[in-house]
Design a protein around this ligand. Structure first.
Ligand code: HEC
Length: 108
């Protein structure tokens, strides 16, 4: 009889252990703090949401052209800030160009 009580208690203890919360996943920040981020937060969010900037990763070349495009549109960035933003975006939202991707354009 005592043995039986012990088994029940042991089983209860084990199942409480198994049911321990399993939601300890920290959210990952896609944009770590950096001087480049500070520039982006002030210079790239006046016309559109930051979400548009972080929507998809691009190659260094694409970011370079895109920043030029935004400056043409009126983004107020000094040369140094453009370099900071470019370096930051390439590091945190960059993709390597695919091999041969330049030849894969299928325009007639
Ligand atoms: C003067 C206003 C203005 C500022 C400042 C600005 N943008 Fe934009 N941006 C636009 C407009 C307008 C569009 C939508 C038209 C387009 O896609 O060409 C756009 C679109 C975009 C897109 C989506 C383009 C695509 O083809 O997917 C990205 C990414 C972007 N901006 C990044 C930036 C970054 C990075 C900065 C800061 C360096 C910035 N923008 C600052 C006006 C601005």
């Amino acid at each position: 009889m005592i043995l039986r009580v012990c088994l029940v208690l042991t089983a209860a203890a084990v199942s409480i252990g198994i049911m321990a919360p399993a939601f300890a996943q920290a959210p990952t920040d896609p944009l770590p703090d950096d001087p480049g981020k500070t520039v982006i937060m002030s210079a790239c969010t006046s016309c559109h949401e930051l979400g548009l900037v972080t929507l998809k990763p691009r190659t260094a070349d694409e970011w370079d052209r895109l920043i030029g495009k935004m400056v043409d549109r009126g983004a107020a960035l000094t040369d140094t800030e453009q370099q900071q933003v470019l370096a930051y975006l390439v590091k945190n939202l960059g993709v390597k160009p695919e091999v041969g991707s330049a030849d894969r354009e299928t325009r007639p």
